[in-house]
Design a protein around this ligand. Structure first.
Ligand code: ADP
Ligand code: ASP
Ligand code: MG
Length: 419
């Protein structure tokens, strides 16, 4: 192939998650996979996560030396995990006689804002990557990290390697962003909770975003948002074989259509109810401004109708922000925002996600009925265009997920049960 013809070959970005690179043997298996497939993907950019639970281990190490590890030093620490995997894969590929180069975010110009721990990518200078691809090398990039304006390392938030993959695929105009993981694709429920879950051949970006933001860990919602904006197809597939997984792309070419595409569960949440909030203008704003200033991520808000000039505000937050929120609750109690804040961490959220949920109220009714038949009490309900979510007791989550899944995908459950 001439140099010109080579650079006309489309780029493919492949992101491998933590389990897929969890041991030296797995890294060797990924090197094999890349080598076998290289004739079909000669311009390949590989994005890697840290090995297995490395990032969790780094977080717990940080907690051993600091009460509230955060900020710049934390990001420098957390980013080290990805540096290990990219260099190991680089060595493994070179050992096979393949040309490969591993790059950190600094070396390949992944620029972010300055918000440590949850930075957002602003731009990618693709010059170095393109030059390496033109030179015939497989380019291996650290996921999850970026560089701010002062060249300090930032990280993109947990699960952020998907975002790196999506951003690189978009910046390079890639043919596809492959998310290679430990399951065969996107299922109608987490296959580790619901063994009979159905594997989708294709879903839309919107469905993927909604599923991911309601707790389906298989893809980071921001990765789907970026690819939707740049019109880059995502292919979620297994790291362990080359069979097709699930394509995520724009509408119009949907092969499969269902009203409910997934039943998602999220156990990493907590619920706070503020009792007797004075029924005055500005009270809700005060509460949520305080939460926003403390960087607390809120998932769902319910304000109940007030009586005797007292209201009640309930909100669901990510479990990781519970300590920050508790401190605020104590302050609000002393400052008269609430008579008492009830904090519950033994709750979980189950959601159904689909394209036409808002226009099919019968689907929500079927979800509630399935929970009712299983004897599971619904604590709060919220709904949006593409989602109906119920907060329930955490110890019933698996049972609830299976009951609701059975309601919407009975044939799959039966097929697995009889298999
Ligand atoms: P990686 O380390 O490759 O990024 P993750 O653990 O972040 O992998 O995501 C893959 C996991 O997502 C799977 O092992 C699976 O248990 C979970 N998951 C949750 N919901 C779904 C779903 N609807 N379809 C597929 N996997 C799901
Ligand atoms: N290693 C990081 C994490 O565990 C990023 C990722 O795996 O996507 O969150
Ligand atoms: Mg992940």
């Amino acid at each position: 192939m001439t140099e010109q013809a080579k650079s006309a070959v489309p780029v493919v970005v492949q992101k491998y998650g933590g389990t897929s690179v969890g041991t030296a043997e797995r890294i060797l298996a990924i090197a094999d996979r890349i080598e076998r497939n290289l004739p079909e993907t000669p311009r390949l950019v590989v994005v890697l996560s840290a090995m297995g639970r490395t990032t969790d281990e780094l977080v717990s190490l940080a907690h051993q030396v600091s009460e509230r590890p955060a900020g710049r030093e934390m990001d420098l620490l957390l980013s080290t995990g990805e540096q290990i995997t990219v260099s190991l894969l680089g060595l493994a590929l070179q050992d096979r006689g393949l040309a490969a180069v591993s790059l950190t975010a600094l070396q390949c110009g992944i620029r972010t804002d300055g918000v440590f721990n949850v930075a957002r990518i602003r731009s990618i200078d693709t010059e170095r990557i393109r030059a390496e691809l033109d030179a015939g090398r497989v380019v291996i990039v650290t996921g999850f990290q970026g560089i701010n304006d002062s060249n300090d390392v930032t990280t993109l938030g947990r699960g952020g390697s998907d975002i790196t993959g999506a951003a690189l695929a978009s910046a390079l105009g890639a043919e596809a962003c492959e998310i290679c993981t430990d399951v065969d694709g996107v299922f109608s429920a987490d296959p580790s909770r619901v063994p009979g879950a159905r594997l989708w051949g294709e879903i839309s970006y919107e469905e993927a975003i909604e599923m991911a933001s309601s707790g389906a860990k298989v893809l980071h919602p921001r990765a789907a948002e970026i690819c939707m904006e740049y019109d880059v197809p995502i292919h979620v597939r297994s790291s362990f074989h080359l069979r097709e997984g699930t394509w995520i792309r724009g509408g119009g070419q949907m092969m499969e259509r269902a009203e409910v595409v997934s039943v998602t569960s999220d156990s990493k949440i907590a619920k706070i109810t503020l009792l007797d909030v004075p029924d005055e203008p500005g009270m809700a704003a005060r509460v949520f401004e305080d939460l926003a200033k403390a960087g607390v991520n809120i998932r769902l808000i319910i304000q109940s109708a007030s009586s005797e000039r007292q209201g009640r505000i309930t909100f669901i937050l990510d479990l990781e922000f519970l300590d920050d929120a508790r401190k605020l609750v104590q302050r609000w109690e002393t400052e008269g925002v609430t008579s008492s804040g009830v904090v519950e961490s033994d709750v979980a959220k189950i959601s159904i996600v689909g394209s036409r949920l808002a226009s099919s109220p019968g689907l929500a009714a079927r979800m509630f009925a399935a929970l009712g038949r299983a004897g599971i009490n619904i604590d709060c309900i919220s709904s949006s265009e593409m989602k109906v979510a119920c907060v329930i007791s955490a110890d019933r989550l698996d049972e609830a997920t299976r009951a609701v899944h059975q309601e919407f995908f009975p044939e799959n459950e039966t097929a697995t049960a009889s298999a």
